[in-house]
Design a protein around this ligand. Structure first.
Ligand SMILES: *[C@@H]1O[C@H](CO)[C@@H](O)[C@H](O)[C@H]1NC(C)=O
Ligand SMILES: *[C@@H]1O[C@H](CO)[C@@H](O)[C@H](O)[C@H]1NC(C)=O
Length: 207
């Protein structure tokens, strides 16, 4: 018979997925992260290896360096409409399933950008009143993991001009809490932890 001209690929194969993470040192946590990524066949790219980790002494915030590195890395992907990028911390992160399930759940979230959600608001508790109320699940944005289409993520980080020692979580939170930007970039939170399970403050097993 003839070879078909068009292969109809299943949805999860049509999108390309790239995992970006930041690790300035090859810590044991980073090696554990890489092992779990290899186990599930994720393609990962680590940003910042060998750099100093810039934090201001005496503060617990920080993380701006991650935004700077992400912004730089996204420059060459800004036009790739089919590229899905997962950005995640690495030292305290493990994969619990593979790319296929990740992409399926991302698509089911029906947003271009999905951030992990947390029980506790950080670093600025005064912003609580600005957060949309949710009936079920975790209410607040966590910047330790998020996933989205490359053009939308590029837009998200485009306005970063902060210091390495500024808070990445505060930066993303302020964009999310601006209703116009939230809608335009199309950002939602993974309130029900379908993609990201933040264990900080969690007791027992997830429901
Ligand atoms: C992001 O998502 C929205 C709608 O889902 C789309 O209209 C917008 O053009 C996208 N791209 C950027 C760069 O924000
Ligand atoms: C994102 O876009 C979808 C449709 O493309 C829409 O249903 C949804 O409400 C949007 N979300 C936000 C937060 O703007």
């Amino acid at each position: 018979g003839k070879t078909p001209v068009v292969w109809i690929l299943p949805l999860w194969l049509r999108d390309n997925l790239l995992v970006l993470t930041v690790a300035t040192k090859e810590t044991e946590g980073f090696r554990r992260f890489k092992r779990s990524a290899q186990f599930f066949n994720y393609k990962i790219q680590a940003l910042g290896l060998g750099e100093d980790w810039n934090v201001e002494k005496g503060t617990s915030a920080g993380g701006g360096q991650k935004v700077r590195l992400l912004k730089k890395a996204l420059e060459k992907h800004a036009d790739k409409e089919d590229l899905v990028i997962l950005f995640t911390d690495s030292y305290d992160v493990l994969f619990a399933s593979g790319p296929r399930e990740l992409l399926k759940k991302f698509r089911q979230a029906r947003s271009q950008v999905v951030f992990s959600a947390e029980e506790l608001i950080y670093p600025d508790r005064r912003l609580e009143a600005k957060y949309p109320v949710v009936s079920d699940g975790k209410r607040f944005l966590g910047s330790g993991g998020f996933i989205g289409y490359a053009p939308n993520l590029s837009k998200l980080v485009a306005e970063w001009e902060g210091q390495d020692s500024d808070s990445d979580q505060l930066f993303y939170t302020k964009i999310f809490l601006d209703p116009e930007k939230r809608e335009q970039i199309n950002i939602t939170l993974d309130h029900r932890c379908r993609i990201f399970q933040n264990l900080d403050g969690a007791l027992g097993l997830p429901e």
